[in-house]
Structure formats: structure tokens, C-alpha cells
Design a protein around this ligand. Structure first.
Ligand code: IVH
Length: 713
């Protein structure tokens, strides 16, 4: 798809398509951000969309759309407030993401102004505040109108709300105040105010706010200024729009006058002479970032001389004389309050960091993974990212990182801030849930200790039992409607469901019970009846779902399907596994001969069937449910035994469906193309996998070809 292609590779038609898509996409996000104060993507992702749009427009200038995002700033104003037209539009800023971009910015300016290397060109550098911009009109020194940015041309009249902000004087005092001036700056909320507000919300049982920026935006756009007044907002002045006169000839001189007039200007502004000085100031601000008490997301550089600014002017929505040097995405400094040990389905003890809530890339983070015991010790043996040799202790100030959707992690410890008396963390050797020994198994061959410590309590461990039950009802296993993790946890706690078979005897037991399900909180006649019906629907179950649902270590969905296809019936599977405990025997040989089953997996399966309590639980379950027979290895289907790779977008089936279909027909579905691949099914937008298949001379067909191939199967 055009969407996945480099800009350089786009044809004109694809470029037009892409510009259309990007215009719609960016408009949607603008709306979410500016009007609803509820962004759905990270700033970095948003910036990437904008950059792609700009790059395509630069390559195909004739394709620039009338509704191009490059011609627009922010979102149209909502109907809630009266409109205010900005006498001078409120612009946005171009971005620099690394030092090279900053160097380019300086070069561009010098070239544009025709300055030689010796000519001086001062640049101011100041924090980029993560709030929302506002414009304040002062006439005769009195605040008359205050507005949000809106779409850059027309904003919303929020004068009375802005008047509630202490940093915004009603009257400008001192010398040189012009007759008319639009002061511009950022409205923001401090971390402390944000935390207070959330504490109040929590006390009142109301939902918590997500981050200070959105909360500031929401607070400023309250219909009742009294409401805004209860939300302590702040304001930094950093620029201006229309002005009848100006109190200086440079950016820095004007800001210094602002301060004299009673406005608040950020104290971290510096005037720099060259790239090195700018970058040094950038780094210094970055270092202070965590302790400022408010969110910033970069450093703004502006040409200091106003006559230069004038000459440089603007390109579409951003001044040529300024740029925002963004911080690399999504890290925050916070304090590790505690380390909690969670016990999973397989008994793995996973340490979870309980953090002082911090916003990381616009999201409040209060938990982070600590992976395992070695990671906490600062060993990070399995490719995680802790700075080597730094152990993590409760009370430490830590750096948290969040990348995309992954679970936040702690990547470093600020040793200078370690509190006196902080002790190295002692990882428990007993399971915190059931008290059984928790051990690190040694690899039979290498003797190396597993990085994971596991509870040996198996089913007597309530944590393992509950997690196992959750797995049993999960989507790829029994998938029982109305019986998810939440219900399982509650049913386990009240003793209704302690083992898989209990799910299927629930209805009968319930009928005789004094504590009927329908009378429990959150349940009623209908929902209870629906649940029993959903359970009954699963009394016959696909063999691979049952095998997967057992939660045997290392047996994921693919392995479960493989086993089902190989053995065909549960009885055959079970007796083969029981026989496989003899590693000299034929059953074991057959098991490890299956392509895709290694010794580690094989041992885990055999170990499962060697445990008496597992067999008892299984028998109880099999008294209630009937596993279907699986079609064995696709019979004579044309793709039986073949390794197939699906790539690109499929239009007639989902990936999951395609995979299931191929496997039903006895094919193996692989995720990447190798010499062992037999067939590649490529849809539109297929990229590197298709290329590799062609290089290797592997047969490639499209989706229609696939259906032809499998015929009426
Ligand atoms: S100057 C014409 N300075 O960032 C230049 N903007 O991404 C106007 N912002 O719309 C902006 N801190 O809301 C400037 N120190 C700062 C800023 C700043 C935050 C915001 C402002 C602007 C946006 C651009």
C-alpha cells in the first residue's frame, strides 16, 4: 500500500492518495487534540504524519490539496465560545528532531539572510511548554480580550477564564507599554496542581485526568469561569501578535520588557551565539526537565533580531525564524515507591515497579515492568535495557521509558538521588501468594540459571490457579462469552470456580445453591442464564482449543494446533504423551520428530501429563466436555505439508482466518520467508517478504490464486 512506501518511491497517483489519507488522518487527530482535548496518538506519531505530508508535498508541489494540513494550524473552534479573529495569525512551529536538524535550521537562516560565517546571528533558546497557547489583548495596558489559538486564525473567546490565572495581569504596568498589544504565551498546569486535582477526583470517586496538558485545556475551556478558577493554571508569555509599538529590537529585549510589565516569562531563556551554545542550553534544559514541576517537550529556538525575523517571514503555517527542538520521545523521571511481585500462570514471579505516577509521553504511568531478578540487580542479561551494573532499589529515583504500546520500563537509576539507607532489593525465594519455594531452574545442558524464578506450588498456588483459569477461558482457548478475567477472579474468590471442570458444573451447583448467581451483585436472571448458555455451547470443543487451554508451558496456539493435527484425537494425544515419559521409547521419538516441537517443549508437555493432579483435573473436565477430533494433517489437500507465508493486505479473509484455513488444510504457516518456504500468498502492499520470495525463487500467488489452489476445500 502507498501508506507503507517511502516518499521517494511513490508514484504520482499514490502520492495523491497518500495526501488525501494524511489530510483526513491529521484533521481527525487535530480535532481530538484541540477540540476534545483527548489525543489518541502520541506527539511523536503525530509529528511523523505531518512530516510525511510535508515530504510528499515537497516532492509533488502540484498535488498540494486545498485542505492540506500544511495550510492549517490546529482545529476549527467549537461552537461553545464566541469567536475571536486573531489580528495576526497564531502560528505553529517547525520541528527539529536531532542536532543535524538544528544545524540545518541555522544554515537555512544564514543562507536566506545572506550572512557570512563571520556575521553574528544570535538565537534565543527557551523551553517549549506543553500546554495550550493563548493570546491576550491589552489595550491601554488593560486586558480586554483573551482567546485560544483555535485554527490559528480564529480562536475562542475565553477572556473571563484567562482572568482567573494569577500569572496574567489585568493591567500591564511600567514603562513602554504599547497602546495595543497581543501578548502570546502558553497556559499550563503544574504537576503539583494536577496531582491535587486528581486527588480530589479520587476522593470524590470520579475518573482521573490523564495528563496536565489536556487538563489545562479542559480547564481553560470551562463555560463557567468560577470552575476555571478552581483549577490552578499558569501562563508563560513568549511572543506577541499585533502591537502598536514594541519595547525593543530583539526577541530577548521584548521578553525582558514583558517581565517588567508584570508578565511571567520563563526563567530559562538564553541568548546563544552558535550551534554549540544552543545545544548546550538544550542539554541543560533537558537535564532540568524532570524537576521543573511542569511539562515541557522541547526547546524553542528563535532568531533574536526582530528585523531578521521580519525578513525571514513564514512558510505556510510556521515562521522561518523559529524551530522547536523536540526531546527524544517518552522518558520521565520518577520515584520507585515499591516493588510488587506478581505470580503468573506458569508460576513465574514477575517484579512490577510501583511508581510515583509520572506522565511519560502524555500518559500517566504508575507501573513499569522490572522483568526479573537479574534486571533488578542491574544485570539485564536478556537484552533488556537497564544501564549495566546499576541495581534498582525501592526509594530510587528512576528513569522510565515508554515506547509505543509496550509496557513502560525502567531504563536507569539516578544514583545521586538514592536515599540514605536504601538497601538492595531482596527477591523473594518463597512464593508471595502460596508460600511454596520459588526456584530458578538450571538449564539441563548449559547449567545456566533461568532468569525467571518460579513458584513450585502449581495448583495449590491461588495465583497460578486463577491465571490458569483465565487462560482456560481466553479467546484462543474456550472463549466463553461473559466469562472473562474479571468474572474468573471473582468466581475463584467466592469459591464457585476453582478448577476448569467447575465451569461446566456451575449451573447444576448453582441450582442447588443458597447463594444463586442471579442474586449476586452485577448479575441478574438474564445474565446468569446467558452465561450458562455460553458455557454449554462449549461442551464440545475443537481439540487444539482444549490443548491450548490446558496452559502447558511453551504450548502456544501454534503448537497446540500442531499437536491436534498430529494426534487427531485427545485420547491419542494423551496416551502418546503418557508413553513419552520414556525418552528411549518410540512415542518420545515421534513427539520430537514433529517439525516445530523441540525438546524443551516436548519435556514440558510430558511433565504436564506426569503430574497426578493435572490428570485428575483433566478427567474431571473430560467428564463435562467432548473434544472434537481434529482433521489429521490436511489429508490430501493441495497445500498439506507445505510451509506458507501470507504477506501484504488480504481482502477476502483476515490474517487469522487465512492462518486457520491453511492449517486446517495441513499447511504450516510461517511468519517469514526462508529457503524452507513453499508458497507465498501476497496481497497488495507486500514488501520485503515478497522481495525475498522472488529472490529465492519461491512460488508467489495472490489471494485469488490461493482460493483457486485450495479449490472447494
Ligand atoms: S513560539 C511564532 N515559544 O508550541 C512562534 N511556542 O508547536 C509562536 N509553545 O503554538 C510560538 N512553548 O503553543 C513558542 N517557548 C515557546 C513555546 C511555544 C510552547 C507552543 C505554542 C505553539 C506550539 C508550536
Amino acid at each position: 500500500m502507498a501508506q507503507d512506501k517511502d516518499v521517494a518511491a511513490l508514484s504520482e497517483t499514490e502520492a495523491a492518495e497518500e495526501l488525501e489519507r494524511l489530510a483526513a488522518e491529521i484533521a481527525k487527530h487535530d480535532l481530538a487534540y484541540h477540540q476534545d482535548d483527548a489525543p489518541t496518538i502520541t506527539d511523536a506519531e503525530y509529528d511523523a504524519l505531518r512530516r510525511r505530508n510535508d515530504a510528499i508535498e515537497a516532492r509533488f508541489p502540484e498535488l498540494v490539496r486545498p485542505d492540506s494540513p500544511s495550510k492549517r494550524v490546529g482545529a476549527p473552534v467549537s461552537e461553545k465560545f464566541a469567536k475571536v479573529e486573531h489580528a495576526v495569525p497564531m502560528l505553529s512551529l517547525g520541528n527539529a528532531f536531532d542536532e543535524g536538524d538544528v544545524a540545518d535550521f541555522l544554515d537555512r537562516i544564514r543562507r536566506y539572510l545572506n550572512l557570512s560565517a563571520d556575521d553574528e546571528m544570535a538565537i534565543t533558546a527557551e523551553p517549549k511548554i506543553d500546554g495550550l497557547s493563548a493570546s491576550l489583548r491589552y489595550e491601554g495596558g488593560e486586558l480586554t480580550v483573551g482567546a485560544t489559538r483555535g485554527d490559528g486564525t480564529v480562536g475562542e473567546n475565553v477572556t473571563e477564564n484567562l482572568r482567573t490565572i494569577d500569572d496574567i495581569p489585568q493591567t500591564l504596568s511600567g514603562s513602554g507599554v504599547p497602546d495595543v498589544i497581543d501578548i502570546r504565551g502558553e497556559v499550563y498546569m503544574t504537576h503539583a496542581a494536577f496531582a491535587d486535582l486528581n486527588a480530589q477526583q479520587e476522593a470524590a470517586g470520579k475518573p482521573l485526568y490523564v495528563n496536565p496538558r489536556n487538563t489545562a485545556a479542559g480547564s481553560l475551556r470551562q463555560l463557567d469561569p468560577a470552575m476555571t478558577a478552581t483549577r490552578p493554571l499558569r501562563f508563560f508569555a513568549y511572543s506577541w501578535g499585533a502591537a502598536s509599538s514594541l519595547p525593543g529590537e530583539t526577541q530577548s529585549a521584548v521578553l525582558s520588557a514583558f517581565k517588567d510589565w508584570g508578565l511571567t516569562v520563563n526563567p530559562m531563556i538564553a541568548v546563544c551565539r552558535d550551534l554549540e551554545a544552543l545545544l548546550a542550553h538544550y542539554r541543560s534544559i533537558e537535564e532540568q526537565r524532570a524537576t521543573l514541576g511542569y511539562d515541557i517537550d522541547g526547546v524553542v529556538y528563535k532568531v533574536d533580531r526582530l528585523d531578521y525575523q521580519q525578513r525571514l517571514g513564514q512558510v505556510s503555517r510556521a515562521p522561518r525564524w523559529a524551530v522547536a527542538h523536540k526531546f527524544p520521545a517518552e522518558k520521565a523521571i520518577t520515584v520507585l515507591n515499591d516493588i510488587e511481585i506478581q505470580v503468573g500462570r506458569t508460576g513465574a514471579l514477575t517484579p512490577v515497579a510501583k511508581l510515583e505516577p509520572a506522565t511519560v509521553g502524555g500518559v500517566v504511568v504508575s507501573n513499569a515492568t522490572l522483568h526479573n531478578e537479574d534486571y533488578i540487580k542491574g544485570i539485564g542479561s536478556t537484552g533488556e535495557k537497564i544501564r549495566e551494573g546499576r541495581d534498582i532499589r525501592i526509594g530510587d529515583t528512576v528513569i522510565v521509558q515508554r515506547a509505543g504500546d509496550v509496557i513502560p520500563q525502567i531504563v536507569d537509576v539516578v544514583l545521586e538521588k538514592r536515599p540514605d539507607g536504601a538497601e538492595p532489593f531482596e527477591f523473594p525465594t518463597l512464593c508471595p501468594r502460596c508460600g511454596s519455594h520459588a526456584v530458578r531452574e538450571a538449564d539441563a545442558k548449559t547449567g545456566r540459571l533461568d532468569s525467571v524464578r518460579r513458584c513450585t506450588g502449581a495448583l495449590i498456588c491461588p495465583a497460578q490457579a486463577v491465571e490458569g483459569l483465565k487462560h482456560f477461558v481466553s479467546r484462543l482457548a474456550f472463549d466463553i462469552e461473559g466469562l472473562g478475567s474479571k468474572q474468573i477472579a471473582a468466581f475463584y474468590d467466592d469459591g464457585r470456580i476453582m478448577a476448569p471442570a467447575d465451569i461446566f458444573t456451575l449451573e447444576t451447583r448453582d441450582a442447588r445453591s443458597l447463594k444463586r448467581l442471579k442474586d449476586q451483585e452485577g448479575w441478574g436472571e438474564t445474565s446468569a442464564a446467558n452465561l450458562f448458555a455460553a458455557i454449554n455451547e462449549r461442551r464440545t470443543i475443537a481439540l487444539h482449543r482444549l490443548i491450548y487451554g490446558l496452559g502447558i508451558r511453551h504450548v502456544g496456539e501454534t503448537t497446540a494446533r500442531l499437536l491436534a493435527r498430529t494426534y487427531g484425537s485427545f485420547a491419542a494425544f494423551r496416551s502418546a504423551m503418557e508413553a513419552s515419559s520414556d525418552e528411549e521409547g518410540a512415542a518420545w521419538q515421534d513427539l520430537i520428530a514433529i517439525d516445530g516441537i523441540g525438546e524443551v517443549v516436548a519435556r514440558a508437555i510430558v511433565a504436564f501429563f506426569a503430574e497426578d493432579h493435572n490428570l485428575k483435573a483433566l478427567d474431571a473436565l473430560l467428564a463435562e466436555v467432548t473434544p472434537e477430533e481434529a482433521e489429521q494433517a490436511g489429508g490430501d489437500s493441495p497445500v498439506a505439508g507445505k510451509t506458507v507465508v501470507f504477506t501484504g493486505s488480504l481482502e477476502k479473509m483476515t490474517r487469522q482466518e487465512a492462518k486457520e484455513m491453511a492449517e486446517r488444510l495441513g499447511a504450516k504457516v510461517a511468519g517469514s520467508v526462508s529457503a524452507r518456504t513453499d508458497l507465498v500468498v501476497a496481497g497488495p502492499g507486500a514488501g520485503s517478504k515478497l522481495k525475498r520470495a522472488t529472490e529465492l525463487g519461491i512460488e508467489v500467488i495472490d489471494e485469488d490464486g490461493w482460493f483457486e489452489r485450495i479449490g472447494g476445500e
